[in-house]
Design a protein around this ligand. Structure first.
Ligand code: ASP
Length: 342
């Protein structure tokens, strides 16, 4: 008889784990041990489900690298005994956490599926049940005794995306996420369709490694018309700042003001890593395509290509925390490590 797949549910907080107190109308976290009471459908799934919860579930606005390390530890400790993981998380910062975890979990050979919801489980029109049930089904998918998904994914409103390619785009619609630079990995309709060609392909079997050291001496600076030198200098002069995501226009373009290039160049000479990421949700930085990015190219700024800001900032934290040498930093950043960029 075929053994059932074992899934670990990790509840961190967010709307998905809340129920409405019908008397007061307020949202409150429900007791996760009583999950089957709220979602009796779980009993029909052909897998066994264990659940662990943060002691104090949090709104994902309070997520930080310590929480990421906690999630990584839970996965590490349960890695051998489980076939897949589903992380319930508030949608607000889910793309950051999914990106961070994709870097922290090296040589991942099992699914880690993030999901959440726009409406709490106890709401009549909730999207939580579908998101949760399908995430578990996806995490339990096996082919020839091996998990079908071997990477960090994010499932929301009928689509599974690569986690580090996602961005939250809507605070209202059930379709809260998008992944403009990478197609969905799977789609749920009448059938659950997995698009094998878009999945991470593991070339060799390597030991699973968990990296928990992240360095948060990083910053995001978004360009806008009117950004002045004093503001730029104050950002670049932040004590201990080690890396900066520069959100540029379009295909990686920036104003050609002499002072801007001078200040960025000086900061880089002093050891600051600067990554050029486009502030568009889709498309890629193409350094040198326009005159307005030529000088950035000459400065040897790191090319973020089509990476999201969420993946760029967490990749910086991971690379800085792993102590990659200054010399190799640009080359390593410009290399896709977990399918996060072209
Ligand atoms: N503020 C909530 C959170 O991110 C929203 C949600 O759960 O979707 O935790």
């Amino acid at each position: 008889m075929k053994n059932k797949t074992h899934i670990l549910l990790i509840y961190t907080g967010g709307t998905i784990g809340m129920v409405k107190d019908y008397k007061s109308g307020a949202l409150k976290a429900f007791d996760f041990d009583k999950m089957s009471k709220h979602i009796p459908e779980l009993a029909q799934l052909d897998c066994s489900i264990d659940a662990v919860s943060f002691d104090k579930p949090i709104d994902s606005s309070n997520m930080n690298p310590d929480h990421w390390a906690k999630i990584a530890t839970l996965i590490e400790e349960n890695y051998e005994d489980h076939d897949g993981f589903v992380v319930l998380h508030g949608s607000d910062t889910m793309s950051y956490t999914a990106s961070a975890l994709s870097f922290m979990l090296e040589n991942l050979a099992k699914p880690v599926i993030f999901t959440g919801s726009q409406l709490p489980i106890g709401d009549l029109r909730t999207d939580a049940k579908e998101n949760l049930i399908t995430s578990i089904q996806i995490a339990a998918l096996q082919k020839k005794g091996k998990p079908v998904i071997q990477e960090v994914g994010l499932y929301f409103e009928y689509k599974l995306y690569r986690g580090n390619r996602t961005t939250k785009i809507n605070a209202e619609h059930f379709q809260a996420f998008t992944s403009l630079n990478h197609p969905p990995l799977a789609e749920s309709g009448v059938h659950l369709k997995v698009f094998d060609e878009y999945l991470m392909q593991r070339k060799s079997v390597k030991r699973f490694l968990v990296h928990k050291e992240l360095d948060s001496n990083v910053m995001i600076l978004k360009l806008f018309p009117g950004l002045n030198r004093a503001v730029v200098q104050s950002v670049l002069g932040t004590p201990n700042l080690k890396a900066l995501v520069l959100e540029t226009y379009g295909a990686g373009n920036a104003p050609t003001d002499h002072w801007l290039l001078e200040d960025l160049g000086k900061a880089m000479k002093n050891g600051l890593h600067i990554v050029n990421v486009t502030q568009c949700s889709g498309g890629s930085v193409i350094l040198g395509q326009y005159k307005t990015s030529e000088q950035l190219k000459e400065l040897q700024i790191i090319n973020g290509k089509d990476i999201t800001t969420e993946a760029a900032i967490t990749k910086l934290m991971y690379l800085l925390g792993s102590g990659f040498s200054h010399k190799l930093f640009k080359t390593v950043f410009e290399t896709s490590l977990r399918g996060e960029m072209q």
